[in-house]
Design a protein around this ligand. Structure first.
Ligand SMILES: C[S@@+](CC[C@H](N)C(=O)[O-])C[C@H]1O[C@@H](n2cnc3c(N)ncnc32)[C@H](O)[C@@H]1O
Length: 214
């Protein structure tokens, strides 16, 4: 879906630049509450998985990477649109980690670079979700995992998507533009060439999908 009416990327950048300093400590829905749930869920899934290289797209303040380095000695890379969020991530001095300011739909990495690509609570800010999925697929190695955890509209399904993406977005300045739900995101991932390994509702409104590059 392409939402060109508003510059959602600019809105997201501004929204998160302003939140960056207090993001981690502010445990509410508009700040880090859902991110912490998604990151913990991704972390639990990866706990017993081995990998050499992981990219976290929309990494924010590196909450997920900070968890992962406790159990994995791999090379971790965090990418985010907001330079202020990246500054917070860098200030944590996480070993063997690199941070990049860039967009999810145009990532500065070669094809087939990463064993794992993760995306926690960032995807609903992407105006062109197909392009973001294709970028994740491109930078993953064959057989690599894409783990997408996001807030969805839960049981409201297509009605919720319509209300959220075609009504709410006109009034909101958060940069939200593509809220989805578990089954729809699974269909979108399959259409973009991923093989689904697992999809689950973590809470009523948060879902996580593990997909694989064939
Ligand atoms: C709610 S925060 C989640 C941060 C972190 N992943 C977590 O779970 O705590 C969403 C992040 O996505 C980033 N973001 C939004 N749109 C983006 C885009 N098009 N490309 C890259 N990052 C983006 C924002 O700057 C923000 O840091």
């Amino acid at each position: 879906m392409k939402n060109n009416e508003k510059d959602f990327v600019k809105l997201s950048e501004k929204w998160f630049d302003n939140q960056a300093r207090t993001y981690d400590e502010t445990d509410t829905i508009l700040y880090s509450k859902y991110g912490k749930i998604s990151c913990k869920n991704i972390y639990d899934y990866l706990a017993d998985k081995e990998y050499d290289t992981l990219l976290d797209v929309g990494c924010g303040t590196a909450y997920l990477i900070d968890l992962l380095v406790q159990t994995h000695s791999a090379k971790h890379t965090g990418l985010d649109l907001s330079s202020e969020m990246i500054k917070q991530a860098q200030s944590k001095n996480i070993p063997n980690t690199e941070f990049v300011v860039a967009r999810s739909d145009n990532m500065p990495f070669a094809d087939n670079t990463f064993d794992v690509v993760t995306c926690s609570q960032s995807f609903h800010h992407y105006p062109d979700t197909d392009k973001a999925m294709q970028e994740a697929l491109r930078v993953l190695k064959p057989g690599g995992l894409y783990i997408l955890s996001d807030t969805g509209v839960g049981f409201f399904k297509d009605f919720g998507v319509m209300v959220d993406n075609f009504v709410y977005r006109y009034f909101s300045n958060t940069g939200d533009c593509n809220v989805s739900y578990l089954e729809k995101s699974i269909r979108d991932l399959e259409r973009n060439g991923f093989e689904i390994i697992k999809g689950e509702k973590v809470t009523t409104f948060i879902y996580t999908i593990v997909a694989r590059k064939k």
